[in-house]
Write a protein that binds this ligand. Structure first.
Ligand SMILES: [Mg+2]
Length: 331
């Protein structure tokens, strides 16, 4: 198993870089820079996300292929939240000299395959040596019909609030890992949500075609935090009647962890699901799209007029929701 210090930078880059042709790529990886030809009738959409070893990936829980795929989904999910089509990616890697080359190549292949499944290709990258934790940064470019990108800022009082998937599962898995409980087979679906997330690019595109979605954000910090971001950007509040679909496994995990179910559902969790606001008159068309794609879809409540006020209303019993989630620089 050769390490980077044995093979050197240029052999490593030769193994990592692929030169496939792809739509809109005039010059791909291998030159000083990629040359891309965006569609002049569409808006270009750009996002970037970094993964740091020990923070965003834990070696004992994720294979290199899974780490690469998960980083792809973190970026794909941001484009899904804008209803954009992923197209081109740039990858910057900071690796230690003792890093095994084969493992690095596997991470890259995991990343490439997950991007490829959504129609995006890697068009360039950079490899540098680091002394401490390894890190990977992906910049993903996509496009969307001109002026049609979803934003966080356009929710309207009276719109419905809905989520895809099972928010909270990824965060529950991380809590189980830190509590030393995650090896039990029972929690496998929660671990899968964390290790092998599925971003919602295809679903977002189909939902965009219904015209029902008024605002959107992807769930990467946790339901309360991301709801807080959306409400703040829109200048609205929110009243929720539920915090997600029925999820007996998540409830059992909360009990095993000795914390409240609401903490698990609202707290830090990078699920890469979508939180959307919808025109209530078009709810059914959204339900049909989600059924067709077999993605759970749950209406949580409604957008409220009072700016910043997030409330959980259970049969008339109202409690405030604190918009705290994952913060890289706090605690
Ligand atoms: Mg996001």
């Amino acid at each position: 198993m050769p390490r980077l210090r044995e093979v050197g930078e240029f052999e490593a880059i030769r193994r990592l870089a692929r030169r496939g042709a792809a739509a809109g790529v005039v010059i791909g990886s291998g030159d000083d820079a990629a040359v891309l030809r965006p569609d002049p009738d569409r808006d270009l959409v750009a996002t970037t996300d970094a993964f740091v070893e020990g923070r965003h990936w834990l070696r004992e829980w994720m294979s290199p292929v899974e780490v690469g795929a998960r980083l792809a989904h973190a970026n794909l999910s941001d484009l899904a939240a804008m209803a954009a089509v992923p197209r081109w990616a740039l990858v910057a890697i900071g690796a230690r000299p003792d890093q095994e080359l084969d493992e690095l190549v596997e991470m890259e292949r995991g990343l490439e395959r997950a991007l490829d499944a959504q129609g995006a290709v890697v068009v360039g990258g950079n490899l540098s040596a680091v002394a401490g934790e390894a890190w990977w940064t992906v910049t993903l470019l996509g496009d969307v019909e001109r002026g049609r990108a979803w934003t966080r800022a356009s929710a309207r009082p009276g719109d419905l609030l809905a989520v895809t998937g099972h928010p909270g599962r990824a965060g529950a898995a991380v809590r189980l890992v830190h509590a030393g409980l995650a090896r039990a087979e029972e929690w496998r679906p929660l671990l899968d949500a964390w290790i092998r997330p599925a971003s919602r690019v295809a679903l977002a595109r189909a939902l965009a075609a219904t015209g029902a979605v008024t605002a959107a954000i992807d769930l990467s910090d946790g339901l309360a935090a991301d709801l807080g971001h959306l409400a703040a950007a829109s200048g609205t509040g929110a009243t929720l009647e539920r915090l997600g679909p029925e999820d007996a496994l998540l409830d059992r995990a909360a009990a095993a962890l000795g914390i409240g179910v609401e903490t698990v559902r609202l707290g830090a969790s990078d699920d890469y699901e979508l939180l959307m606001t919808l025109d209530p008159a078009r709810r059914e068309s959204c339900e049909l799209v989600c059924q067709a794609q077999r993605v759970p879809f749950t209406v949580l409540g409604t957008v409220a007029a009072e700016s910043g006020r997030l409330t959980l209303d259970r049969g008339g019993q109202r409690t405030p929701i604190e918009p705290a989630g994952y913060d890289h620089f706090a605690g």
